[in-house]
Design a protein around this ligand. Structure first.
Ligand code: NDP
Length: 278
């Protein structure tokens, strides 16, 4: 970037109007007094390659990508980080000086940073984890839990083939279990993660009995609308450590901001308020 150019970044998706990313990055730019702009970019799948090729010529230093472009962006990348390749999707792109872009995926890092910030005493290596769901978000969660030293990850998904596919992709630490057996699979677990869409406002409830929840276990939900899902409320009532999913969204944004605008931003109460504002 030449000093005379104001760095631009944005989030590419279809739809995009709902995205909270512009307000998060806008908050950080204003807070640190940095030059730069971060904009929502509504881009159809058929235009993704053309748009990504043109963006650096317009002054863009990077971009986030969201649904439905996360897999396609990885395929279009000049190079990819190991974690993006492992997850099979990209959410953070950085344009390279010689053309093209690097694809990264910061969802797993965001997931872990959120838990470490929200539950400092949590030790992922202390026991097995139980993960519900086998979609795109679950892939990032599995990669993160393996890297954090979880000795065993029990994986329950409504569609058994989804869990089996992820076990084949992520190796022997992943133990698929039947969706119907999820309550029993909680026994002895140090960590419980809801990575399904269940429990989100407008979606069916997550039926997850917590009778087998171990004392000292951590429970987290990737769903953050509502912020306190019924799963988290029940876990809290039983004395578990509880971390909501909003922090994952905030923390996954931080590495891109640092790369593009040159400063590691803080994820704190002020940022949460910005994200939650109507
Ligand atoms: P996907 O569509 O890729 O996966 C959805 C998952 O939910 C699948 O495992 C699916 O099971 C399961 N599911 C959906 N409906 C039902 C149902 N009726 N009964 C049982 N299981 C069901 O979505 P993502 O992985 O991208 O996202 C999952 C959730 O995580 C969403 O709520 C999303 O908003 C949230 N999320 C939060 C993030 C954060 O920063 N906090 C980041 C990313 C996602 P099946 O395979 O059987 O269809």
């Amino acid at each position: 970037m030449t000093p005379s150019r104001i760095p631009l970044a944005g989030v590419i998706g279809d739809p995009i109007a709902h995205s909270r990313s512009p307000r998060l990055h806008g908050h950080w730019l204003a807070r640190y007094g940095l030059p730069g702009h971060y904009v929502p970019l509504h881009v159809a799948a058929a235009d993704l390659a053309t748009v990504l090729a043109a963006m650096p010529r317009m002054g863009f230093v990077g971009a986030n990508v969201t649904l439905p472009h996360k897999v396609a962006a990885l395929a279009l990348a000049t190079r990819a980080t190991d974690r993006a390749a492992r997850i099979g999707a990209a959410n953070t792109l950085t344009f390279l000086p010689d053309g093209g872009f690097e694809a990264d995926n910061t969802d797993g890092e965001g997931f872990l940073r959120n838990l470490r910030q929200g539950a400092p005493g949590w030790n992922p290596a202390a026991g097995p984890a139980l993960v519900l769901g086998a979609g795109g978000a679950a892939r990032a969660v599995l990669a993160a839990l393996i890297d954090a030293g979880a000795p065993e990850i029990r994986l329950a998904n409504r569609t058994a083939a989804g869990a089996a596919d992820l076990a084949a992709a992520f190796g022997p630490a992943i133990r698929p279990c039947a969706w119907e057996d999820r309550a029993a699979a909680l026994a002895g677990a140090a960590t419980l993660v809801n990575a399904t869409a269940l429990g989100m406002a407008g979606k069916p409830a997550l039926e997850m009995p917590l009778d087998a929840l171990a004392p000292g276990a951590l429970v987290t939900d990737l769903v953050y609308t509502p912020l306190e899902t019924p799963l988290l409320a029940e876990a809290r009532a039983r004395g578990a450590a509880v971390v909501d999913g909003l922090g994952m969204l905030l923390h996954q944004a931080a590495p891109g901001f640092e790369r593009w605008f040159g400063r590691a931003p803080e994820v704190d109460e002020a940022l949460r308020r910005v994200a939650l504002a109507p």
